[in-house]
Design a protein around this ligand. Structure first.
Ligand SMILES: [Cu+2]
Length: 739
């Protein structure tokens, strides 16, 4: 019944709306709520150099297609996505993913608390709340980087609005809903704002859910997922459903003259999220964030102070599509993160700006697996016992506008990162071969490690004429290992399989003495366009990154790992993290061309993006894992009055350069078409889309290995060699009303 109920609701709302001539007939004016505020000048982290954004139309259109905020980034040149759960894709910039990037949501460095990074930072903001996306994909200014070797991603909700005089009040409200046919996904969002000249009160809430999605054709045998459950059809992607994903935020902001204080309390709860490329599912996530921010504008510049606290309770187990062996396998994690920072934007002269700041982060993690009996009892298995990662950074950067033409930026960042973890135990240390020996070996090691990390950036921007701009830069960037890379300790196959950050189906074992990764990147960008940027534009970026101590993996050949594990070429394997040397390089191309424009037929614009990237392990000669093959996305956008319509084609080459050490799966080439259309009224927006119009079958090159059903607790109980397929055709509709 629910399947029918939701689309009916949407359609009824639409009919009511369109029968109201006062609303339906009005000229199209983008409502303030949907329009991003001008770049917030008080945010000292913003730099003119190296940034690209997602335009508002694109954010609005993507909201209809996804409940996964990372997918809002998909059109940015150089960006691709690791597949994960339905709301948890991991962004990749120029081949570097996950915590190799600095990802901030509303200015907070949110931390995952999970041996699979299921609760990634962008899973904590719903796309309906995203108002602004900024990506630093090339060389990143030190003010927005740190503890990362790739780019930076800043996702923000709308800034608070204030009335422009004492006796005025602003009230705003919005409500929206969506339905997507593939997976029967639906959800809602609403928000309300009350603001005066000195205060702003806001509440927002959103929720979404989806069944398993289906591929365009069968890709595996029809079989039972769990021991006693129903057969799962050959085209259904097991463990891809999610439910009860709800985000709530209450915020208050106070403003006096040039000072603003803002406090947001938010909570995300998820009842269930399946992971087709992991060996267990998320059965609960409860994330609470307190985010306080002060900004002030002074004659000498801007000042920003921030404090945030994040508490995450995360639970995993075998979902309904997997064998439970009668006991399941509960795994719990709790992370707590404190972030504090002070930053200044100091206008030294008309020419020179100095950005400087200090940042502090203290993250603790407990990851424990309650006993279930047999050899997995009688005690709790401690995967990470009181893991700690404490970080202190200081940075300064100087931006100078030498003339209308030349801008330069140089900066340094110095960071101290300390990690530690307490002694561990297995389910039963008395079973020495299974648990006791590994635990004893780990507990005998010094686990208290301190890294001293230095980042440097130098960039220059030169627009010789109004029709071209060139940017070039160099950066040295450093990232210390995360707690799982250093402290996951068990060589037991079942335990190692549960520690996997990349969705390749393999098991991972940490290495305590891992060193920080140090990347040296050069990047050059050329941007050619007509003077008004209305007719045409082409942008090209070339980059090369050399990574010293890149954290890759080697086959496990000790502890419980077998000799066969070292030589296997077509099965899942156990791996240990290791520092090696790597390089990544590539080119991004993007362009747009106004094809035609008239008052009667509207405007037609062609857009295109091409991404090429390679990643090599220079120590072993292997390819790096999950490197997106050559891909092109092209669209024609038609705009006429309130209508925007866009057919889009995506062409992706086969992935044949694969990581041999991981037995990474090759994927074939494919093309897809999507069709999108939207109509905007003053107080409403309707989106309609057909994704994968021709219902083409494909395997997402970065979707990982399919281990979403059956006996996923055993290394090769599930057939190796099946990639997680992409979504078959889906009809999507969403409606948003603004007041
Ligand atoms: Cu998890």
């Amino acid at each position: 019944m629910k399947t029918i109920y939701y689309p009916l609701c949407l359609i009824t709302a639409l009919l009511v709306l369109s029968s109201n001539p006062a609303i339906a007939g009005e000229a199209v004016v983008l409502d303030e709520i949907t329009v991003t505020a001008a770049r917030d000048k008080s945010d000292s982290s913003n730099s003119t150099l190296g940034a690209s954004g997602v335009d508002q139309e694109e954010i609005a259109a993507q909201r209809a297609a996804t409940s996964d905020s990372a997918r809002l980034l998909r059109d940015i040149p150089g960006v691709s996505l690791y597949g994960a759960g339905g709301i948890s894709s991991l962004p990749v910039i120029h081949g570097l993913a996950d915590d190799r990037l600095r990802v901030q949501v509303d200015g907070v460095d949110l931390m995952p608390a999970c041996p699979n990074h299921m609760n990634s930072p962008l899973s904590y903001i719903d796309p309906t709340k995203v108002a602004d996306v900024t990506v630093y994909s090339g060389v990143t200014p030190v003010s927005v980087g740190g503890d990362s070797i790739g780019g930076s991603i800043q996702v923000k909700s709308a800034p608070p609005l204030f009335a422009d005089s004492k006796d005025k009040f602003i009230t705003k409200a919005q409500v929206g809903s969506f339905f997507r046919s593939n997976g029967n996904a639906y959800g809602y969002n609403f928000g309300a704002t009350l603001a005066g000249q000195a205060f702003n009160l806001r509440y927002t809430e959103s929720s979404s859910r989806s069944d398993n999605y289906t591929a365009a054709q069968g890709f595996k045998a029809v079989s039972k997922g769990s021991e006693t459950g129903p057969l799962i059809p050959g085209d259904e992607v097991g463990s891809s459903a999610y439910s009860g994903s709800t985000n709530r935020t209450i915020g208050i902001a106070l403003k006096h003259d040039n000072h603003m204080a803002q406090l947001d309390l938010s909570r995300q709860t998820v009842d269930f999220e399946g992971f087709p490329n992991q060996r267990m599912d998320m059965t609960s996530n409860d994330n609470k964030v307190l985010n306080f921010r002060y900004t002030g504008q002074f004659t000498w510049g801007d000042l920003e102070g921030r404090f945030s606290y994040q508490d995450t309770k995360h639970m995993m187990d075998m979902g309904p599509d997997r064998y439970s062996y009668g006991t399941g396998m509960p795994m719990d994690a709790e992370g707590k993160t404190t972030n504090a920072s002070v930053k200044g934007n100091i206008f030294l002269t008309d020419r020179d700006t100095l950005r400087t700041g200090v940042e502090y982060q203290y993250y603790t993690l407990n990851d424990w697996w309650p006993p279930v009996g047999g050899t997995m009892g009688p005690n709790t298995f401690w995967n990470i016992d009181y893991g700690q990662r404490e970080k202190f950074d200081v940075f300064a950067e100087w931006e100078a506008r030498w003339s209308d033409l030349w801008t330069s930026l140089v900066g340094f960042r110095y960071g101290v990162v300390n990690t530690n973890a307490g002694p561990v135990q297995g389910y039963d240390n008395g079973l020495a071969g299974l648990w006791g020996n590994d635990a004893a070996a780990f507990n005998a090691q010094n686990r208290n490690l301190t890294d001293y990390n230095l980042d440097l950036t130098a960039m220059v921007k030169y627009p010789p004429t109004a029709r071209q701009t060139y940017e070039a830069g160099y950066a040295r960037k450093t990232r210390s290992p995360n707690l799982y890379q250093r402290y996951a300790w068990s060589t037991n196959a079942m335990a190692a399989l549960m520690n996997n950050l990349v969705g390749d189906g393999n098991g991972y074992i940490g290495y305590v003495d891992l060193k920080p990764e140090v990347a040296n990147t050069v990047s050059v960008t050329g941007d050619w366009h007509d003077a008004a940027r209305e007719q045409w534009g082409i942008k090209a970026t070339g980059y090369y990154t050399h990574v010293q101590d890149y954290i890759d993996a080697k086959r496990c050949d000790f502890g419980q790992c077998s000799a066969g594990n070292v030589t296997a070429t077509s099965s899942f394997v156990l791996l240990q993290y290791v520092n090696q040397t790597a390089q990544l390089y590539g080119v991004d191309l993007s362009g747009n061309l106004l094809l035609g424009k008239s008052a009667d037929i509207g405007s037609f614009t062609g857009t295109g993006v091409l991404n090429f990237v390679r990643g090599d392990n220079l120590t072993t000669g292997d390819n790096l894992y999950n490197i997106m093959p050559l891909n092109v996305r092209a669209a024609i956008v038609h705009r006429l009055k309130g209508w925007t319509t866009s057919p889009e084609i995506l062409v992706v080459a086969a992935k044949t350069r694969v990581s041999q050490v991981r037995n990474e799966i090759q994927t074939g080439d494919y093309w897809l078409m999507n069709l999108r259309s939207s109509y905007e009224w003053k107080h409403a927006r309707l989106d309609f889309a057909i994704e994968n119009l021709f219902d083409r079958f494909y395997s997402d090159p970065l979707g990982g290995a399919y281990v979403g059903q059956g006996p996923s607790m055993t290394t090769n109980g599930i057939p190796w060699g099946v990639a997680v397929p992409g979504r078959g055709r889906s009809f999507n509709v969403s409606l948003n009303l603004f007041y």
